[in-house]
Design a protein around this ligand. Structure first.
Ligand SMILES: C[S@@+](CC[C@H](N)C(=O)[O-])C[C@H]1O[C@@H](n2cnc3c(N)ncnc32)[C@H](O)[C@@H]1O
Length: 277
């Protein structure tokens, strides 16, 4: 049941464009720090190459982009789904040629980046999208590109924000990314002290990261059985199923034929896996 909770939360409160736009329209933006997040500021200060392609998804008021521009970075893209916010950002950064401001859904975004900054975006998404987040991040990063930023290391009664733990993130990101850092953050903004992990996850260039729609699973036990079967296929390095059992993320050394994945679950005709996204 615990696994299904995430779905119930997100179905009750669809976290779509109008939800987020209303947060900005009503100025209900409790997550907004009003300044660049201190750990991200410190990290940016270590970067020498100011020409790298940086993406900030779910950027909000994006003090992080402002800081990057102040430090001389020349290729910053920010994306957010909330039109009211994006309109304001376009005014705020008017005439600055070093920033590209995109109104849109991160999961539809196309591009190639050396660095993607994570700052309260992952925790704003329904947890059912976590596997899709890993898949999309891997897709958007250039060779050796990195996700750097912060993930909550605590739970919340209801979300957003949706929390998590180091153990969960290890299982989710492993093999698709090399963990250069995942540790309790020492310089978080005061309200988040001791409750965040600082992450630096480098894209594993040697693997394929695929996301498949899945149908028919209704409980954690069945999810575990299917995951174990997939994990045992030669070449498969990691398997992670979404908390509503609707998608399965497979990290592999080589292309795995859909027929092989279908054969593994043929013992139960309720199960269906279809062409990867
Ligand atoms: C919790 S807020 C964080 C904003 C900002 N990163 C900050 O720390 O102030 C989450 C942001 O993600 C945006 N968002 C939610 N879902 C999105 C999606 N699928 N694609 C792009 N932006 C999204 C929301 O509009 C909101 O601005």
């Amino acid at each position: 049941m615990e696994d299904l909770k995430c779905c119930i939360v997100s179905c009750e409160k669809p976290l779509d464009q109008s939800y987020w736009d209303n947060q900005y329209l009503s100025n209900t933006i409790g997550w907004d720090l009003g300044e660049v997040s201190p750990p991200i500021k410190s990290y940016v200060d270590t970067l020498k190459d100011k020409t790298i392609r940086v993406l900030i998804p779910g950027c909000g008021n994006t003090y992080e982009a402002e800081y990057l521009l102040e430090k001389g970075f020349t290729n910053v893209t920010v994306i957010d789904i909330a039109p009211t916010l994006v309109e304001n950002l376009k005014i705020k950064f008017k005439d600055n040629p070093n920033i590209n401001i995109v109104l849109g859904d991160f999961f539809e975004h196309q591009g190639e980046y050396d660095l993607i900054i994570e700052q309260t975006f992952f925790c704003a998404l329904p947890p059912t999208l976590r596997q899709k987040y890993v898949w999309k991040m891997h897709q958007l990063l250039a060779k050796d590109g990195k996700i750097t930023g912060l993930l909550f290391n605590r739970t919340f009664e209801s979300g957003p924000p949706f929390g998590g733990s180091q153990e969960e993130y290890n299982l989710l990101f492993q093999k698709a990314f090399n963990f250069q850092k995942m540790e309790v953050c020492q310089n978080s903004a005061t309200p988040r002290a001791e409750s965040e992990l600082f992450i630096e996850l480098q894209k594993n260039n040697e693997v394929l990261v695929s996301l498949y729609p899945f149908e028919g699973i209704t409980c954690s036990g069945c999810k575990n059985t299917v995951s174990e079967k997939y994990a045992a296929i030669e070449g498969v390095l990691n398997v992670s199923m979404s908390s509503n059992f609707a998608e399965v993320l497979i990290v592999s050394q080589n292309e795995i034929d859909l027929e092989i994945l279908q054969k593994e679950i043929a013992y139960d005709d309720k199960y269906k896996i279809t062409q990867k996204i």
